[in-house]
Design a binder for this molecule. Sequence first.
Ligand SMILES: *[C@@H]1O[C@H](CO)[C@@H](O)[C@H](O)[C@H]1NC(C)=O
Length: 501
Amino acid sequence: MANTRVLSAAVIHAVLWGACDALWCNCTTIQCRKTSLQCETDGACMTSTSFIDSQEQHVRACINQDDLVPPGQPFFCLGAAGLLNIYCCYTDYCNSIDLQVPFATSRAGLEAGVEPWGPVELMAVIAGPVFLLCVLLMVGVFIFQYHQRAYSHRQRLEVEDTSCDHLYMAKDKTLQDLIYDMSTSGSGSGLPLFVQRTVARTIVLQEIIGKGRFGEVWRGRWRGGDVAVKIFSSREERSWFREAEIYQTIMLRHENILGFIAADNKDNGTWTQLWLVSDYHEHGSLFDYLNRYSVTIEGMIKLALSAASGLAHLHMEILGTQGKPGIAHRDLKSKNILVKKNCTCAIADLGLAVRHDSSSDTIDIAPNQRVGTKRYMAPEVLDESINMMHFDSFKCADIYALGLVYWEIARRCNSGGVHEDYQLPFYDLVPSDPSIEEMRKVVCDQKLRPNVPNWWQSYEALRVMGKIMRECLYSNGAARLTALRIKKTLSQLSVQEDIKV
Ligand SMILES: *[C@@H]1O[C@H](CO)[C@@H](O)[C@H](O)[C@H]1NC(C)=O
C-alpha cells in the first residue's frame, strides 16, 4: 500500500511539476550535518526509521531523480519488513515527519498491518512481482550471456554490469570505499540500510560455494569484485535477523572478523529471500585450507595469532559511545573460520553469538543451553554445568573450541618434513556426527583431549602451541587462558621466530 502511495504521488508530481523544479528536503547525512541539515534535489525526499542493534536510527535524505528506479517503485523507497520503514515524498521538507519504528519481526508487522484486499489489489500484488521477476530473469539471462561472450573475447575486463550503475550515489566508489567511508564517519556498524539494500539487489550471483544449516552460500559479483552471499531459507528468518544484528554491532569491524557488507530481505509477495552479504575469501574455510595444504611454522603462527586477535576483539568490551559490547561466538570451529588471501584468519558465522550488556550484567538474548557443534562443545556445555547467567562462561567455552582449532592447525605444521594428515578433533574417539552423549563420555567422564605428540617438543613454536592448547582445554573453564593472553603469547612467539604479521 505504501508503494501505491509512492506511485501515485510520483505520477501526480510528474504531471503537476514536470521534472525541473528543485525540491528541498530535510537531511541528516554526514555531509549535511557539516552544513545546513537540508539538501536540494530533482527527485524525492526520503525519511527512514530503522531498528537495528536495538537502536532506532532515523535518516533523512535527498534522492536524485536518477536514483528513482525503477519508476513508480524505486529501490530507495522500499522498506524492509521488521527492519526499516521508508517514506518518499515530493514536496518541500515533507520528510520532516517521524516514521513509526518498525516491528521487531516482519511476521508480526505483516499480520498487524494487513487489511482485507479487494480483488484488483490482490491481482496487482500477485501479478506485479511475478511480472517484475520475469523481467529481472530475462535481464539476468541477457546479462549472463553478454558476460559469457565478453569473457571469451577478452580474458578479464569489466565483468560487471555497468548499465545499472546509476543506482548508486557515487558511481566510482567500490564497496571498500563505501564501507570505509561509513565506518569511519558513521557509527562504525556498516552501511546505512538503503545502501545495503541497493548493493544487495545489484549483486549478480555466480556459483554456489557451500551449503549450511541455514541455507546456501554463493559467490557473487558486485562492481567487479567478489562478495559472498549467504542465502537463508525463509524458515530461518530469525537466524538471518540475528546474524545481521550481531554483524551490525557498533565497532565490530576488525581485520580478523569476517567483513559484513549488507543484509537484505526481498519479499516478492509469495516468499521472502533473506540475504547476508559479506567479504569473499577464495581460500574458503580453515577446515578446507588445512585439508588442502600443510603449513609452515610461520604459516601456523600467522593463522593462530590472527584467530586469537579476532576472538580477542570479539570478546572484548570497549566502553564509551564508540564502544562495543563483549560478544561470545558459541560456535567456533575450523569450518566457521575463513582464511584470507594473506593467510590470516577471519572469524565468521556469528549467528549464534550472544552479547553482554555490562551495565545490567545480562546477556542480550535468552541463551538456550546447548547450541553449536557438538564436537567442539566445552565439557561444561556437554554436562550442562555451565553458568549461563555469567557472560564469561561463554567466553571460556569459546576458548576451549579455539584450543581444538589450534590442535587442527598444529598437526598440519610442516617442520623438518614431518607433518600429519588433517583430522577433526576427537577423530579417533568418536564417530562422525557424534551425539552429545558420546562427546560427554569422552570429554567429561574420561577427560580425554586431543593428543600432543612428543616430537612437538623439539620445535619451539610447536612446543608453545602445545602448551597454549593444553591451557585452552582445561576442564575448569575459569582456568583457561583468555583470548588476549593467547594473542600476547603468540605475538611474542612471532617476534622470536622473526615473522612479519
Ligand atoms: C525540516 O526542515 C525545516 C526547514 O529547515 C525545519 O523547520 C524543520 O524543523 C525540519 N524538521 C526536522 C524534523 O528536522
